[in-house]
Design a protein around this ligand. Structure first.
Ligand SMILES: *[C@@H]1O[C@H](CO)[C@@H](O)[C@H](O)[C@H]1NC(C)=O
Length: 283
C-alpha cells in the first residue's frame, strides 16, 4: 500500500523536476538542430546557438519537447548590417493540415533600415492574422527577449516584457474563431531566405556578397505543460497558466500597439472588403 505522505513527497519532487527541467534552458539538452548541414551551432556549453545562412542554405532547430500551453522565452540578436531578404524566426507549431501556430518572424532590411517584427496566429490550419511592428530599439545591436505566453484564455506576444499583441480565446463566444487548445506544439527557430517578398515587398533582394548571415539565440526558457499532462500542470505550475492581462497590462498593450504597430490585418480593407474577420470586432 502506498503511504500518503510518501506519495505526496514523490508528487512534489516530480513537480519540482518538471519545473526545473522547464526553466534550465540549455540548448544541448532542449533542442535539436534539424537542418542546415552545420550552419546551426551550439556554443558556450549550450548557452548560445547561432543560425547562419549562405547562398546554398539557411538553418534551423526545434525543441525536443512538445507543449500544450506554456511560456516560451527566447533572447535574439538579429542579423546585423545588410539583412535584406532574410527572415529569422522563433515560433511554435503543431503538425498537420489543421495545425496551430504562433509566430514571431523578423524580416531583415537594407543596412540602416528598420527590421519588421511580423506576428501571426494559426488555429486549425487557418492563419492570415498578421500584425507587424517596429521595435523601439535596434534588434541587431544586442539581445532582446521575445516571449510567447499561451494558456487557455489567450496568447500574448511580449518584447522585453512589454505585451505587443493578444489573441484571446473567443472559441466559446464568437463563431468561427477556433483557439489552440488540444494540439501540442514544438518550439522552432530558423534563418531562411525570402527575398521574393520579405524586404520592401520583394523589391530589395538578398546581397549574397554579405553572407553568411548570422542570428544568435540565447536564454531559451520553456515553462510548459508537456502534452500528456495538462491537468497536473495546471495545478502545479506557474503563474503563466492562469495569467490574464490586468488593467495595467491592457493599457501597456494598447500603448505599444498605438506606437509600434505598422500593419494590422483587422484594418486591412483591401484584404477584407466585406469587413474584418470575426475576432477583430470582439471586445
Ligand atoms: C525596410 O525599410 C523600409 C524603408 O525604411 C521600410 O519601408 C520597410 O517597412 C522596412 N522593412 C521591410 C521588411 O521591408
Amino acid at each position: 500500500m502506498a503511504s500518503g505522505p510518501k506519495l505526496i513527497i514523490l508528487r512534489a519532487l516530480c513537480a519540482a523536476a518538471v519545473l526545473a527541467a522547464a526553466v534550465a534552458g540549455n540548448f544541448n539538452q532542449d533542442v535539436d538542430i534539424t537542418w542546415g548541414d552545420g550552419r546551426g551551432k551550439i556554443l558556450n556549453g549550450g548557452n548560445l546557438l547561432t543560425l547562419s545562412m549562405d547562398r546554398s542554405s539557411g538553418s534551423g532547430f526545434q525543441s525536443r519537447s512538445q507543449y500544450l500551453y506554456g511560456r516560451f522565452d527566447m533572447q535574439l540578436k538579429l542579423i546585423p548590417g545588410d539583412s535584406a531578404g532574410t527572415v529569422t524566426t522563433f515560433y511554435l507549431s503543431s503538425q498537420g493540415s489543421q495545425h496551430d501556430e504562433i509566430d514571431f518572424e523578423f524580416l531583415g532590411n537594407a543596412s540602416g533600415e528598420p527590421y519588421t517584427v511580423h506576428t501571426n496566429v494559426y488555429s486549425q490550419g487557418k492563419g492570415g492574422r498578421e500584425q507587424q511592428f517596429r521595435m523601439w530599439f535596434d534588434p541587431t545591436m544586442g539581445f532582446h527577449t521575445y516571449t510567447v505566453v499561451w494558456n487557455p484564455s489567450h496568447i500574448v506576444f511580449y518584447v522585453d516584457g512589454t505585451p505587443i499583441r493578444e489573441f484571446r480565446n473567443l472559441a466559446g463566444t464568437v463563431a468561427g474563431v477556433p483557439f489552440p487548445t488540444s494540439q501540442p506544439m514544438r518550439v522552432y527557430a530558423s534563418v531562411w531566405d525570402a527575398e521574393e517578398w520579405a524586404t520592401q515587398g520583394g523589391r530589395v533582394k538578398t546581397d549574397w556578397s554579405k553572407a553568411p548571415f548570422v542570428a544568435s539565440y540565447r536564454g531559451y526558457a520553456a515553462a510548459g505543460c508537456t502534452a500528456n499532462d495538462v491537468a497536473s500542470c495546471a495545478r502545479s505550475n506557474g503563474a503563466w497558466m492562469f495569467q490574464e492581462l490586468d488593467a495595467a497590462g491592457k493599457a501597456e498593450l494598447k500603448r505599444a500597439q498605438a506606437m509600434y504597430m505598422i500593419y494590422d490585418y483587422c484594418t486591412d480593407k483591401y484584404r477584407f472588403p466585406q469587413g474584418p474577420p470575426p475576432e477583430c470586432s470582439a471586445k
